[in-house]
Write a protein that binds this ligand. Structure first.
Ligand code: ADP
Ligand code: MG
Length: 714
């Protein structure tokens, strides 16, 4: 039996330091444990389900459930839960204990195959966007055997998909698995055309780099905006921000280092390949990157990582902020979705090869991505649309809301040569006829990294950088996988019919480059000039906000494409449209209410108290000497009074704007009103409050300032 105690038994006496390889994955029911605890018949049958999606019979499920339970109980678990990712964006769990009464008045620990395979949480409160009326509360969870079960606290967590009574997906995992299957199907068609008869499947891999902020818990508790909304709704710029660039890759402070150490330990126990950590650009901002893995597992792991990051922070007296824009005027946090696709033999299809044939194949997959990103710019933008992320994408921060692809100079020059039918390297007269000449080997060029591009080719993978730090990576990968599947389908349809494969291939690559070169941009994505060029000359989309982009989810071309690959049904798309906008509205409304409340009950009274104190001191001085001007006090009192008036007025206006929301006839209209009126008034209220902060004595200010929060962790 594999147990944590067992794993640590070799360190008897505690003299030997345990090494990571000893405890890595010790809380995971992974392949090692399965091999050790299941009969070979059961193991092989389960493997077939995991690798090939074969049906699992109940006998096998019972045996697996039993072994899982024994292992979990031996490792301290008392409960189990189906662990799933509803459309709230966070993971959900409902714990049941293993106990079952025994005739002698005691209990035995039980867990059946039925309980493993299927769950029926009371799901009435999860968002379904109209797919499931609340009176029909039933939702089902179904075991996803491709992602290992694990122990969290005292609970065995079983990764599952979540769907309605009618079979519609109510979660992010189901469409993700469908999109991986769609891509697999089309990629296999292409590989067969290139004569590859041995490949069994093509999977996408993802390594998400996760940015976050760490702030002191005591300070955090004093700010209702952080507690209720995850971001600061007020705060004047501190005297020092990120302008010195002295934080990026800087020395990690002791408290943060201790946090990162424990975080790594916890993640490793869960089999999460946490690999790199460093300070980011903004003060108090950090990044954690895992080693990449299969997309659905990477998605589960990223959800878990975000959860553990917050838990471990609490143990260190810290709070981990995963909001996209916790501080105005300071870089926000994103998530870089490093994405590639590889065969079961481990061949990365986005890696240029050694032979002409391999290179032609590489170029075709590259073109499939270029075409996908261009054709479905809107879906990629929608996949990262949240109220929080609008603060990054819609503002003067990288990456912009305009989707474009960075390929680097060398690859761009090669594509140009193919398009123009001219030699790539004039000096060597290298003809770019595919299938005849070898492409130069592209080395990943670290000097040529473009950090402003939303979608960058980095040697053997693409890095999609528009994701917000708190986003589930599922959404982005669903769209990316399916859009690429669509390109590959178009290619496969054409190539399977072609009489001259090489010519058809060459022509198709040329045509893709010609039709889609507008999406390729190797320059600075921050630049205003680029936004102008992109939208005015190249016709690229620029959806700055969530209400701008989300309605396009239901555009005919998008519905057509997503349903044709079986990734979403039309009903599911309608529900996701509703839920995305609902989440947007709810988020901003909570922020607006918090703002109005803080302005009225904390900020205005503080400013007023300071003004009263000044007035009192001026009066006292004047009582002593009538001729004293007290111009400092009087001038300040006037300014402070004017600001208190403005704060009160702007808070009222904000509340009025919220009242109007109730009149909206549908969610689209409500979201537009939020964008056009609520958010504008929130800005105005903030300006007044931040101005007041700058001239109010520090001891009167009711909560920690930006300076305190950003530089408070030593
Ligand atoms: P950076 O982008 O900061 O320079 P790296 O290139 O080392 O960092 O890696 C960033 C992330 O990309 C890591 O999570 C890494 O595991 C992941 N990655 C590397 N190769 C691939 C690949 N072929 N497919 C998907 N992700 C990958
Ligand atoms: Mg990166």
């Amino acid at each position: 039996m594999f147990t944590i105690e067992g794993a640590f038994a070799s360190f008897s006496g505690g003299f030997i330091m345990k090494t990571v390889s000893d405890y890595f994955g010790c809380l995971v029911f992974d392949d090692r444990v399965m091999k050790a605890t299941l009969s070979s018949k059961v193991y092989n049958s389960l493997k077939k389900t995991i690798d090939e999606g074969a049906q699992l019979d109940i006998g096998v499920a019972n045996a697996v459930a039993d072994a899982m339970k024994d292992w979990a109980v031996a490792n301290g678990a008392t409960h189990y839960t189906h662990w799933f990712q509803p459309l709230t964006g966070i993971t959900a769990e409902k714990h049941d204990s293993f106990i079952s009464p025994s005739p002698d008045g005691g209990v035995i620990m039980e867990f059946s195959g039925k309980e493993l395979i299927k769950g029926e949480p009371d799901a009435s409160s999860f968002p379904s966007g109209g797919l499931r009326a609340t009176f029909e509360a039933r939702g089902y969870t179904a075991w996803d055997p491709t992602s290992y079960a694990f122990i969290k606290g005292k609970t065995l967590c079983i990764p599952t998909a979540f769907c309605s009574y009618g079979g519609e997906a109510l979660d992010k995992k189901t469409p993700l698995l469908r999109s991986m299957e769609a891509l697999n199907k089309q990629a296999l068609r292409i590989l067969r055309l290139f004569g590859n008869d041995t490949v069994k499947c093509v999977r996408t891999s993802v390594g998400p780099e996760q940015e976050y902020f760490l702030v002191d818990k005591e300070m955090y508790e004093k700010r209702r905006d952080l507690r209720f909304t995850g971001r600061t709704l007020f705060g004047a710029k501190p005297p020092k921000g990120q302008e010195m660039d002295d934080h990026y890759f800087g020395v990690i402070k002791p408290r943060v280092a201790a946090y990162m150490e424990e975080l790594n330990d916890e993640l490793w126990k869960l089999g999460i390949l946490a690999k790199t950590e460093h300070n980011e650009v903004a003060p108090a901002q950090h990044e954690l990157a895992p080693i990449y893995t299969t997309t659905n597992i990477a998605t589960d792991h990223n959800q878990l990582t975000m959860e553990i990051m917050q838990k471990v922070a609490a143990k260190h007296g810290l709070v981990c902020l995963l909001h996209e824009k916790p501080f105005a005027g300071v870089n926000g946090s994103g998530k870089h979705n490093n994405w590639s696709l590889a065969t079961d033999a481990g061949v990365n299809l986005l890696s240029p090869g050694e032979t002409p044939y391999e290179n032609a194949q590489f170029l075709l997959f590259l073109c499939a991505v270029i075409k996908a990103v261009d054709d479905y710019q809107d879906l990629l933008r929608i996949s990262v649309a949240t109220a929080g992320n609008d603060h990054r994408l819609g503002a003067n921060e990288a990456p912009p809301a305009v989707v474009s692809i960075f390929l680097g100079d060398e690859l761009s020059a090669i594509l140009d040569a193919i398009e123009a039918d001219t030699p790539y390297n004039a000096a060597e007269k290298t003809q770019m006829k595919l299938g005849v000449d070898v492409l130069p080997k592209f080395n990943r060029d670290t000097t040529d990294r473009n950090r402003t591009s939303p979608f960058a080719f980095t040697g053997n993978k693409f890095e999609f950088r528009m994701l917000g730090s708190s986003n589930s990576i599922a959404c982005a990968n669903i769209m990316l996988n399916t859009a690429v599947a669509e390109s590959l389908k178009v290619y496969a349809d054409r190539l399977e019919e072609a009489t001259d494969f090489e010519n058809a291939l060459h022509e198709m690559i040329r045509k893709t480059i010609k039709d889609h070169k507008n999406i390729i941009f190797n320059g600075n994505g921050y630049d205003d000039a680029w936004i102008k060029e992109a939208t005015e000359n190249r016709g690229l989309l620029n959806y700055r906000t969530t209400p701008d982009c989300v309605p396009h989810l239901l555009d005919k071309k998008n519905v057509q494409m997503l349903t044709s690959h079986g990734v979403f049904s039309e009903a599911e798309l309608n529900s996701r449209y509703e839920i995305t906008l609902e989440n947007y509205c709810k988020t901003v409304v909570i922020e607006a209410n918090t703002m109005a409340d803080m302005a009225k009950t904390e900020i205005a009274p503080a400013v007023e108290a300071y003004a009263a104190e000044l007035a009192k001191s001026a009066a006292a001085k004047k009582a002593l000497d009538e001729s004293v001007a007290c111009s400092y006090e009087c001038g300040l009192v006037k300014k402070l009074s004017a600001l208190t008036d403005r704060i009160a007025e702007k808070a009222d206006e904000l509340e009025d704007a919220l009242v109007v929301l109730h009149k909206a006839e549908n969610i689209g209209e409500e979201a537009n009103t939020i964008r056009d009126s609520v958010l504008v008034r929130m800005c105005e209220l903030r300006v007044a409050c931040d101005e007041a902060e700058k001239i109010t004595a520090k001891k009167y200010w009711p909560f920690p300032t930006y300076g305190d929060l950003l530089f408070g962790v030593k």
